[in-house]
Structure formats: structure tokens, C-alpha cells
Design a protein around this ligand. Structure first.
Ligand SMILES: [Zn+2]
Length: 465
């Protein structure tokens, strides 16, 4: 199926019904743009994290993971520029009181207008000149554009005075930057080296979300490479490619991925590029790679008063390292994988038999193997096999319904292999047990007969990323 043939409504329904993703606080009517991962969604998400860790931390030399706190000293966000300039240009419809992002209004009106290159005044003029109507009520009567800070604030302790304001981090990166010197010293790291982190971040955005694509709470997999000034260009290009390769290895088709180089750069960046994925609702950013120069460490030096310079042990040269950042949106990556994997396949056109199948890469599939007894009478043997295999990977066990229905249930959640235990497996008074099971592969639906004793080696390395 092509991306535009896939229905988001069907995907959202499948995610809900099969335990991938539920609406947040659903029994209370939900909370806009929040989602909870169910048992299979949590597995999928963890498998993506494991794949990222393997590719970015384990397999790379000079690469270190940290797990910094979400709450940080508020001075961090002054140094980073978030307190003064991390905001969205918002305007209200005076007629229906709905609030909108000015740049989104313009981009929805004309995708070639490039609102991301406009100033606030230019956006206001554009909206006026083109009489852009309110998407909610259709009238054209807006307030001026105002900047709203996107950081969630909270208060430390019991008093609500300004001194105790702290923020939920709007990005993970600062946790890596403030620990730059700690990691460098404790790991005796030499440039270039990298600090990665997986964790939650929070942004008080008003834009509605396309399922889990845009949420107010989300998880990032971030990778910051500290390098000599002058090596930054080369590393920037390298990580753009490394990121695209990572996505292809996870199972996203190359033709559904593209680079989007930024025209308007953030205050800290020398170059910035997104990797976009072709979702059923259009292209959307799933990764950002930025050349942040020495901006971050220079600012933290200034605001903390600490020396964050690096002295090269070979040349004795002292300088402030440059940073190449590559950030992967975990929730968006999971959504992209589900969208990519979703397929409706006509198995038998005469019977109008269509199966829904999630063609997830075996490395990220939530369940690797489902063990299915042909009859409930074979349950003990099947459970024995499940228990043995589950020492190595996630297994499911299902004995209810016809075997055909059970295969389809596993197809729908992306289980790459089913192992079926039948009467030949255990034998009876007339026929000795053959001690073999049937393995059925999800995509081809091909079946092979394999001795139980060989199962572990049959599956060996099949789920390795
Ligand atoms: Zn309106």
C-alpha cells in the first residue's frame, strides 16, 4: 500500500484495539495531545530505544549515554536561550476565540509561502494582505501576533513565588551539555566524543497533533558530538547520513525518507537539516541534525562561570568545542514504523479475503514468536515451548479460536513468526511423537517443519538489529 492509501483512522483504531496506543486519561475524556502506550506499544518503543542504543552507543567508539534529570537549575534555560526566545507566534480569532500559530495559518493557506522565513511583522502583513480566514469559523478578524513561551512551568516547594519557578525541560540536549565536563573527565574522553540520552521533554504547544506526531509530552533520543572547530562540517554531513541509514535499517523505505535543509536557522545553528518521513498525512520531521557551533558551551561558560574549554593533549591548543546534534523523535519514529508497516493484503480475491498485517522489522516487533497449540489439548506442550523460547525473546501464547484467526491476530500486531504445535508433535498410541513444530512466517505465510530441539538455533540472530 502507498502511504496516502493508508487511513489514519484505521491505524489509530488498530493501535487502540490491539494495545499499542491509547488516548491519555481516556476514562476522563482524555487530555488533548496526550497518549499512553499500551503493552505492545511499550514493547515496540523499547525495541526502538534498544536499536538506537545499539547503533549510537554500543557500536560507536567514544560514545557515552547519560540519564539526566528532567528538572534542571532554571539558569540552564536562561543560558540556552529558552527563557527569552523559545516561543510560538500565536494569534487569536476575535470572532470564535480560537488560538492559532501564525506560521501554520500561512503554510496551510499556501505551502509555498515559507512562513518559517518570515518575521512576526511579515507574517501579520501576509495574513492581512491575503485575508486568510479563521480555519474554525471562516471569518477574518485576528488579534496581533504575540509570542508565547513553550516551556511548561512548575513551582518548587509550596510557595508560588517567582524565585521557585522551575521548568519541565523542553529538550534533552541541555542535560548533555551541562554534563559535558563531567563525562569528559570521568571517561577520560578525547575529542571527538559523543553523549547520548533518551528521555522525555515537554512543550506547551497548541497545534493539534495527527495522533502521536505532535504531543505536549514526548520522548527524544538525542546524540551530541563534541568536536574541534573545523571538524564540524564533516561531522554534520556524516550524522545526516548516519541518521538516514538508521531509519532505513529500522525498516523505513528510502523513498519515504527525505532531507529538508532549513532556510531560516535557529539562533544557535550554523546549519540544520531534518529527516522527514512520508506519513499518510504528508511529510513530517522525525529527526533533526544541527551544527550548533560553540554556542552552547560558550553560553554555559558565561552563565555558570565554569571553565568548559578543552585542551587538546596532542597540540596543547585550548578552545571551546563545537557540537553537532542529531535528535530522533522516539514517538514519531514509532508512529512512522507503524505507518510504514501497515498493510492490507488480499489473500484470496474470490473470497474477498483481506488480511491486515504489520510488516514490522523482526528486530522491533513487540512479540517475536507466538506459540499456538492446534487444539487446547496440546496446551501443555505448547506452553512448555513458550516458556523455553521466552528465555530468549518476547513470546505470546494463544489457544483461542481457529488457527487461521490466530495467525491473523498475530499478523495484525506484527509478530514475525508463529510456532504451531499439532498432534504429530506429541504423537499418540499408534504414532510416535515427531517432536517437530510448524513455523509460519508472517510476510510470506510460508510454513516449515522444524524439530523442537532446533527452535532456538532457528531463531538465533533473527531478531538482532
Ligand atoms: Zn474564528
Amino acid at each position: 500500500m502507498r502511504p496516502e492509501e493508508k487511513s489514519m483512522d484505521k491505524l489509530v483504531a488498530l493501535c487502540k484495539n490491539r494495545g499499542f496506543i491509547f488516548a491519555g486519561s481516556e476514562i476522563y475524556g482524555g487530555l488533548a495531545n496526550t497518549w499512553d502506550y499500551g503493552p505492545l506499544g511499550a514493547r515496540l518503543k523499547n525495541n526502538v530505544k534498544d536499536a538506537w542504543r545499539k547503533r549510537f552507543i554500543q557500536e560507536r567508539h567514544n560514545s557515552f549515554e547519560v540519564d539526566a534529570d528532567i528538572l534542571m537549575n532554571p539558569r540552564v534555560w536562561e543560558a540556552s536561550g529558552h527563557v527569552s526566545s523559545f516561543s510560538d507566534p500565536l494569534l487569536d480569532c476575535k470572532e470564535c476565540k480560537m488560538r492559532f500559530r501564525a506560521d501554520n495559518l500561512i503554510d496551510d493557506f499556501d505551502p509555498d509561502a515559507h512562513a518559517d522565513g518570515m518575521t512576526k511583522a511579515e507574517m501579520f502583513e501576509y495574513i492581512k494582505a491575503h485575508s486568510i480566514p479563521c480555519p474554525h469559523c471562516g471569518k477574518h478578524n485576528f488579534t496581533e501576533i504575540r509570542e508565547f513561551n513553550l516551556m511548561f512551568q512548575t513551582f518548587r516547594g509550596v510557595t508560588n513565588d517567582a524565585k521557585s519557578v522551575i521548568y519541565l525541560r523542553p529538550e534533552n540536549a541541555q542535560g548533555e551539555y551541562v554534563n559535558y565536563a563531567n563525562v569528559q573527565r570521568s571517561m577520560r574522553a578525547k575529542l571527538p566524543f559523543s553523549i547520548g540520552q533518551i528521555g522525555k521533554a515537554f512543550r506547551n504547544e497548541i497545534t493539534p497533533g495527527n495522533f502521536t506526531f505532535r504531543t505536549i509530552e514526548f520522548e527524544q533520543m538525542e546524540f551530541q558530538t563534541f568536536c574541534h572547530p573545523g571538524k564540524d562540517g564533516e561531522l554534520y554531513d556524516y550524522f545526516k547520513e548516519y541518521g538516514k541509514k538508521f531509519y532505513e535499517d529500522l525498516g523505513l523505505a528510502p523513498e519515504h525518507l527525505r532531507y529538508h535543509d532549513h532556510e531560516k536557522l535557529a539562533h544557535y545553528a550554523k546549519a540544520a537539516c531534518d529527516i522527514e518521513y512520508l506519513f499518510p498525512f504528508g511529510w513530517g520531521e522525525i529527526n533533526g541534525t544541527h551544527n550548533r557551533t560553540d554556542f552552547d558551551l560558550t553560553r554555559h561558560k558565561e552563565y555558570s562561570g565554569q571553565n568548559l574549554d578543552y585542551t587538546d593533549p596532542f597540540t596543547n591548543e585550548t578552545f571551546t568545542p563545537y557540537i553537532i546534534e542529531s535528535t530522533y523523535g522516539l514517538d514519531r519514529t514509532v508512529l512512522a514504523l507503524i505507518c510504514e508497516a501497515y498493510d492490507e493484503e488480499t489473500v484470496d480475491p474470490e473470497k474477498n479475503d483481506v488480511r491486515t498485517v504489520l510488516r514490522l522489522s523482526p528486530a522491533v516487533a513487540p512479540i517475536k514468536v507466538a506459540v499456538l497449540p492446534l487444539s487446547k489439548k496440546l496446551g501443555d506442550k505448547a506452553m512448555e515451548i513458550r516458556d523455553e523460547l521466552s528465555k530468549f525473546f518476547m513470546c505470546d501464547y494463544d489457544e483461542t479460536g481457529s488457527i487461521g484467526k490466530r495467525y491473523r491476530r498475530q499478523d495484525e500486531i506484527g509478530t514475525p513468526y508463529c510456532v504451531t504445535v499439532d498432534f504429530e508433535t506429541v504423537g499418540d498410541a499408534e504414532k510416535p511423537a515427531d517432536n517437530c513444530v510448524t513455523i509460519r512466517e508472517r510476510d510470506s505465510m510460508a510454513q516449515v517443519r522444524v524439530p523442537i530441539a532446533d527452535l532456538a538455533s532457528y531463531f538465533d540472530k533473527k531478531f538482532v538489529f
